[in-house]
Design a protein around this ligand. Structure first.
Ligand SMILES: *Cc1c(COP(=O)(O)O)cnc(C)c1O
Length: 397
């Protein structure tokens, strides 16, 4: 059955299903490295691309294909490629897009390891990245050049929640040159909240470790886009350049998590809104960054391009770094941990954790203050999450 035109919930459950010999409702885990050919000639035909079929799990595996098919359909892309981590997906997609002498334009606020890949990794191989604030479109116009191959950004940005206008950035880049690849890290939103391809982006990358899997038990990534690019990533980028292949077992867990994506996102967003409103009214909190608050700068663009404002909140306390850390250490229900998108509410301090690859000056430029706290709002009862924060914030007020 073709589920492409069905609703989101139907697609997340049924997309990618194939028959299996036992009639199992849930797809089997094809825990195998290689696949048997009926003859030398058949093996030859598969390598030559003359016959469809599996060869070796670094080149493709039925369980991995299930997760890929779901994500392609959910993001509205022609095809998708799973990777062993978000960084595996991002590095595969970028390595497959550039060569020495090329340039990438990236927003200056990025996931810490993506920043490091661009600034300290690709730069060693003759690929220069121009970091700029893409919330001012004039900055993009100034940075575009003959050498630009990729425009790369997240929205909302990690960890400041800065919201970028996907349609405007994509149009501006494509007006300059239609061949520029506009690549969006959609980890914070998932396709349930935001679909960058429909807004004009060419490629979507994800850390599937986060909301897509949703249960905190897998490291995974995915690239979604047009057939030609995904094929290049599959047959060259992932196969030869990075080798960052997702294991069949993790692909199974990812496909399993995807079946409940929409209802999890609804709850994450509902809980986050309640918590953001609590923080906004609390005297110990000096600033709340949440796209769902009318007071937040990116509120208007977020309302236009996101179905709901997401499950991530950043805030600053009326306290120095030490007092902020002491308050977080006293939380009982919420866990001090990096990562996001899990059932558990997770709290982290970007300047000392996820963004420790940034220097003090770079932190400042990216708007990441010493006191910034990032919260991934979980699926617990919202009253209990609020009570946990209230107990540690009240003494600071
Ligand atoms: C976690 C994360 C990544 C990296 O993903 P891994 O699965 O940890 O490799 C990239 N981008 C964003 C926005 C993330 O939150």
């Amino acid at each position: 059955m073709n589920v492409k035109n069905k609703g989101f919930a139907t697609r997340q459950i049924h997309a990618g299903k194939t028959e299996n010999s036992a009639g199992a409702l849930c797809a089997p885990i094809y825990q195998t490295s290689t696949f048997a050919f009926s003859s030398v000639e058949q093996g030859g035909a598969r390598f030559a691309g003359a016959e469809q079929g599996y060869i070796y799990s670094r080149l493709g595996n039925p369980t991995t294909n299930l997760a890929e098919a779901k994500l392609a359909v959910l993001e509205g892309g022609e095809d998708a490629l799973a990777a062993a981590s978000g960084m595996g997906a991002i590095s595969t997609a970028l390595w497959s897009s550039v060569a020495a002498g090329d340039e990438i334009i990236a927003d200056e606020t990025l996931y810490g390891c993506t920043y490091s890949l661009l600034e300290h990794g690709l730069s060693r191989f003759g690929v220069r990245t121009v970091f700029t604030d893409l919330s001012d479109i004039e900055n993009l116009k100034k940075a575009l050049s003959e050498k630009t191959r990729v425009v790369y950004f997240e929205t909302p940005c990690n960890p400041t929640m800065k919201v970028l206008d996907i349609a405007l950035i994509a149009k501006t880049a494509h007006d300059f040159h239609p061949g520029i690849r506009v690549m969006v890290d959609n980890t914070f939103c998932t396709p349930y909240l935001q679909q960058p391809l429909a807004l004009g982006a060419d490629t979507v990358v994800h850390s599937a470790t986060k909301y897509l899997n949703g249960h905190g038990d897998v490291i995974a990534g995915v690239i979604v886009g047009d057939k030609e690019f995904i094929n290049r990533c599959r047959t060259f980028g992932l196969k030869d350049l990075t080798g960052a292949v997702l294991s069949p077992f993790d692909a199974f867990l990812l496909a399993r998590g995807l079946k409940t994506l929409d209802i999890r996102m609804e709850r994450h967003c509902a809980n986050a809104r309640k918590l953001a409103e609590f923080f906004e009214a609390h005297p110990a909190v000096s600033k709340v960054c949440y796209p769902g608050l009318a007071s937040f700068e990116g509120h208007e663009i977020a309302a236009r391009q996101m179905r709901l404002p997401g499950g991530m909140i950043s805030l600053e306390l009326n306290a120095d770094r030490a007092a902020t850390a002491a308050a977080l250490n006293k939380l009982e229900l919420c866990t001090v941990a990096v990562s996001l998108g899990d059932a558990e509410t997770l709290v982290e301090h970007p300047a000392t954790m996820t963004h420790s690859t940034y220097s003090a000056g770079e932190l400042k430029a990216a708007g990441i203050s010493e006191g910034l706290v990032r919260i991934s709002v979980g699926l617990e009862d919202p009253e209990d999450i609020i009570a946990d924060f209230k107990a540690v914030l009240d003494p600071l007020a």
